[in-house]
Design a protein around this ligand. Structure first.
Ligand code: PLP
Length: 391
């Protein structure tokens, strides 16, 4: 018991020595740029909804940042996943592979289409999908038929895979894309948490047929609520814009919609905030990296715990700083969560694994031993860009 308290107290002291003893949120937005200016400009223009200059500017800025050919700004990241699945032609009865360790948005969006989330394991190097385990699994449990990947246990088509860059750290996306290509599975990258993160110098979200971003209030940059689809495919980009704006055909006055569409376009007022936030991104990323280095200086001195570091060949945005307890210390996670929160330090565990949620307990899955081990040992600690210095 005394020993338990020891590592807990050491962690609290380490965090305090980096960010001071004031109460700290897990992640809060920072508005130190042109946010007020652009919002006023937007209000003055009266174009606050789905049409306006800020939406176009925001999309162009996302293209410039990520190197994707097209960016389509949407109301949130969940809508972006939903629409990306529609564009990947995911249909009722299909299966879509998703990591067990991710945010629930993916499994929800798959379910909106009456498709089935099929859970795959994460790895400890990146916290993302394990490509080797995925290859072995698909090799053993699927067959190819008419260019489609069939799950031989359920006889359903495995249409797509949605790997996540967890907490902003790039997963082994090139290997995952290779495996998916071998089995004729479409890749939709969940880069909701990884704006500003690069895998081998290429921005996350640009490896698959599509990638999605989120600009929720807790992400690295925010539009209040918001998201985007990234793609290099012109046809998909066109359809994404069309379907997200109720599939309305351009006409001076007529309301003609040529298919069942969505009202998923990002409003101009949110995009105004986004334009200002994107200008700040380099500064925000810099301060998050400095915060990582300062935490690392302290945490690396402790035994039984480490601070998760960007995988090799990757540049992480360090969205959420992550403690990973050594396996013998996993039983201390809840005590650490409890005492840090009691001390005004907002810390959080990783998500409950998808197959542990009652709505998904009977879903198909591979052995998920690594995700199960990771989740017992992860603690996210205060990570805001403004915790040290001005940012
Ligand atoms: C935030 C997040 C989403 C969803 O984004 P919203 O904008 O909140 O709908 C999806 N996936 C992951 C991994 C996320 O962190």
């Amino acid at each position: 018991m005394k020993k338990n308290l020891k590592i807990t107290q050491q962690i609290i002291d380490s965090i305090h020595s980096v960010i001071g003893t004031k109460d700290s949120n897990l992640h809060e937005p920072v508005f130190n740029g042109n946010e007020w200016l652009y919002l006023k400009e937007c209000l003055d223009s009266t174009y606050v909804s789905s049409v306006g200059e800020f939406v176009n500017k925001f999309e162009q800025s996302l293209v410039d940042l990520t190197g994707a050919k097209y960016a389509i700004a949407l109301v949130n990241g969940t809508a972006a996943i939903h629409l990306a699945l529609v564009l990947a032609d995911v249909k009722e009865g299909d299966e879509v592979l998703a990591p067990a360790l991710t945010f629930v948005a993916t499994a929800n969006a798959i379910t909106y289409l009456k498709a089935t989330p099929h859970f795959i394991d994460n790895d400890e190097d990146t916290l993302g999908v394990d490509p080797k385990k995925l290859y072995e699994y698909l090799n053993k449990f699927t067959k190819q038929k008419d260019g489609k990947c069939i799950n031989i246990q359920t006889n359903k088509i495995i249409k797509a895979v949605v790997p996540t860059h967890v907490f902003g750290h790039p997963c082994k996306i090139d290997e995952i894309v290779d495996v998916a290509n071998k089995f004729n599975i479409i890749v939709i990258e969940d880069a909701a948490e990884s704006i500003g993160s690069y895998y081998k110098n290429k921005h996350t979200g640009t490896f698959g047929l599509m990638g999605i971003l989120s600009f929720n209030g807790n992400k690295t940059i925010t539009t209040g609520g918001g998201g985007a689809i990234l793609t290099n495919n012109q046809e998909i980009a066109k359809s994404a814009k069309h379907l997200s704006t109720t599939a309305k055909l351009a006409h001076k006055w007529d309301y003609f919609h040529d298919e069942v569409g969505f009202n998923y376009r990002l409003p101009n007022i949110n995009a105004a905030l986004g334009c200002a936030q994107l200008e700040q991104l380099p500064k925000l990323l810099k301060s998050k990296r400095i915060l990582f280095e300062k935490y690392e200086d302290k945490i690396s001195l402790l035994k039984g715990v480490r601070l998760f570091k960007e995988p090799s060949d990757c540049k992480s945005n360090y969205w959420l700083q992550t403690l990973l307890l050594d396996i013998p210390n996993k039983n201390k996670r809840d005590e650490i969560l409890s005492l840090t929160n009691k001390n005004g330090l907002m810390t959080r565990p990783a998500w409950i694994l998808m197959h542990k949620l009652k709505q998904f307990t009977s879903n198909p899955r591979m052995n998920l031993s690594c995700a199960e081990s990771i989740v017992e040992r992860v603690i996210n600690i205060p990570s805001s860009s403004n915790l040290i210095g001005k940012y």
